[in-house]
Ligand binder design. Structure first.
Ligand code: PEP
Ligand code: MG
Length: 579
């Protein structure tokens, strides 16, 4: 059987499927018909023990590399053994004849309702633990033991993960050497799961309809993420063919890797600066980059039950700055909301979270969280060359307001005798309103980086997370190149640095146009650096100008895509996998 989705992070893989069920399904209200109450209670006791033992295993695995997470799991074991819950569930089974799964669901729901109503953030964290424990119990009840919290951090062999979607905390917790491909029912090609997959060099296919109805745990699958296809139970011939292509893929990868240590220069000697997109202090590939072009700091807030404190942030920011000094580190202030919702932050429900309380707006609404981060960053700034970047700026009013807060924090620090460096304050250009008025923004902001992922989402009014919207989410839309052009010209005119850090910046097909529009600073995941350097080396400025001129004449994203693909196939010196 062949399943089809959107290839979101290229590459091929053949291996066993690991079905990861992280969706919370509500059991149906149901009652015991015959005299089965004691059997149901015994089963509950068995499930409870399984859950406890499962968490024990995860705790053991986490102890060494993340003691804080290990503590969360101890708290969850206490919940499993909670006296009141353990009186209530058997009572509901024997007195009201509820089935075990319904009793578990309902008794936990009663506790959760009380906890949620308090509005206290500490108690909400506790609610998240109750919710996780309930999911685990229900999964074990339904025969999915082991497939729960921490399951991805405890993978024993390399697998293809199949899931509804992965949360950033899921992708943050797995061992990247144990995941050979990712398949998801939901998510688009610039969703965060896709970005993480690309950054790890893991092939990913998103938006596969009803994936979980088709795949079975342990089933063999052949994934072609370049084409967005998955073959379930492939025959010998397919396996041989895929293994051959995987071999070629790695050969091409090796050829590209010979470019890693070189400077990125066009064939006629124009230097292009390559930046690294990072999400924590693990800086693989930093030695091959000229700067850190996007530090997605929100990932420091993921997969934990409490906010990172100033000290913790300070030491991470310091180590990143020290690693890159004297080169710039573009540290993006907290960009949460939308699809990025760390467990340690409570978000009030909203109709349109992507147009709501997110990024800089969230920071304005939560000044203490913002100021803590800014304090940590400013303190760390003396150890390197800090560029502080504000996400989701829609107007200069917001920019000025944020800048004022940053300056006030700087003054507070100075009053305490703590110095900070000469920090640049810039903007992420990812909302069309600021891109259209880039000539005004370029006068006030010290620098800009183009966030093409969100820019495309808001420009085309197409949800980047929704795979159904993929045809409308057009990174090659002529309007995208118009706005990139506006932004680059405006900042270059003011003599201020401008870079690109969205996914299009690592797209070797689009590269000639971006260079032709004047971009000289590209930031990307470590896994793209080699192929981008290789593509730059085979491009002349004359060719880039010619391609750009032609692209600017084309009317649709489809025409541009075709033209760039044809051009790439014609001009690349040898067969070249796009990875
Ligand atoms: C972007 O929007 O292009 C970007 C780089 O930021 P993120 O993908 O984290 O939203
Ligand atoms: Mg963005």
């Amino acid at each position: 059987m062949i399943l089809k989705g959107n290839g979101a992070a290229g590459g091929l893989a053949v291996g066993k499927v690991f079905v990861y069920l992280n969706d919370n399904k509500v059991p149906v209200e149901s009652f015991i018909i015959e005299d089965g109450e004691q059997r149901e209670i015994d089963r509950y006791i068995y499930v409870k023990k399984q859950a406890f033992d499962f968490i024990e295993k995860i705790k053991y695995l986490m102890q060494n590399h993340d003691p804080q997470k290990a503590a969360i799991f101890s708290a969850q074991q206490e919940i499993i053994e909670d006296i009141v819950i353990n009186e209530e569930i058997p009572a509901k089974i024997s007195n009201d004849r509820w089935t075990g799964d319904w009793a578990i669901y309902h008794v936990y729901e009663t506790v959760l309702t009380v906890l949620r109503q308090t509005g206290d953030p500490l108690i909400s964290e506790r609610a998240a633990d109750f919710n996780d424990v309930r999911s685990l119990l229900l999964r074990i009840w339904n025969g999915n033991e082991g497939n729960h919290l921490g399951a991805l951090s405890a993978l024993k062999e390399p697998v293809i993960i199949a899931a509804g979607d992965l949360m950033p905390s899921d992708t943050a917790s797995f061992d990247r050497n144990k995941v050979i491909a990712i398949l998801c029912e939901r998510g688009g090609s610039t969703s965060h799961t896709a970005i993480i997959a690309k950054s790890y060099g893991i092939p990913a296919v998103m938006g596969i309809h009803d994936l979980l109805d088709y795949v079975k745990p342990g089933q063999l699958a052949a994934v072609n993420a370049d084409e967005g296809t998955v073959i379930l139970e492939p025959d010998e011939g397919v396996i041989l063919e895929y293994n051959k292509r995987i071999g070629e893929f790695y050969h091409e990868k090796q050829v590209s890797e010979t470019f890693l240590t070189k400077e990125a220069c066009t064939s006629d000697g124009i230097k292009i600066d390559i930046g690294l997109n990072i999400s924590d202090a693990s800086l693989d590939g930093a030695q091959y980059a000229d700067f850190a072009g996007l530090f997605r700091t929100e990932f420091l807030y993921m997969g934990r039950s409490s906010l990172p404190c100033e000290e913790e942030q300070f030491s991470i920011y310091r180590s990143v700055l020290e690693c890159f000094t004297p080169q710039p580190v573009i540290l993006r202030t907290l960009d949460v909301g939308g699809d990025k919702k760390p467990e340690c932050i409570e978000f009030p429900p909203e109709e349109n979270p992507f147009l709501g309380n997110r990024a800089l707006r969230f920071c304005f609404n939560n000044p203490e969280i913002f100021k803590t981060q800014v304090r940590a960053a400013l303190r760390a700034s003396v150890f390197g060359n800090l560029y502080l970047m504000l996400p989701m700026v829609e107007s200069l009013e917001s920019f000025r307001k944020a800048k004022k807060i940053i300056i006030s924090v700087k003054e507070e620090l100075a009053a305490e005798g703590i110095s900070s460096g000469d920090v640049k304050i810039g903007i992420m250009v990812e909302i069309p309103s600021i891109a259209v008025t880039a000539r005004l923004a370029a006068k006030e902001a010290d620098f800009a980086s183009i966030g093409s992922n969100d820019l495309c989402q808001y420009l085309c009014a197409a949800d980047r997370m929704n795979s159904e919207m993929e045809p409308y989410y057009q990174s090659y839309h002529p309007a995208m190149f118009t706005l990139i052009n506006e932004t680059v010209s405006a900042f270059r005119k003011e003599g201020k640095p401008v870079s690109i850090c969205g996914e299009i910046g690592a797209d070797v097909h689009a590269l000639p146009v971006l260079i032709g529009l004047g971009l000289r600073r590209f930031s990307m995941n470590a896994s793209s650096v080699a192929s981008v350097k290789r593509a730059i080396a085979s491009l002349s400025m004359e060719k880039a100008a010619e391609i750009t001129e032609n692209v600017l004449q084309l009317a649709t994203a489809g025409e541009i895509k075709q033209y760039l693909a044809d051009n790439f196939a014609r001009t690349s010196r040898q067969f070249y996998f796009n990875f």
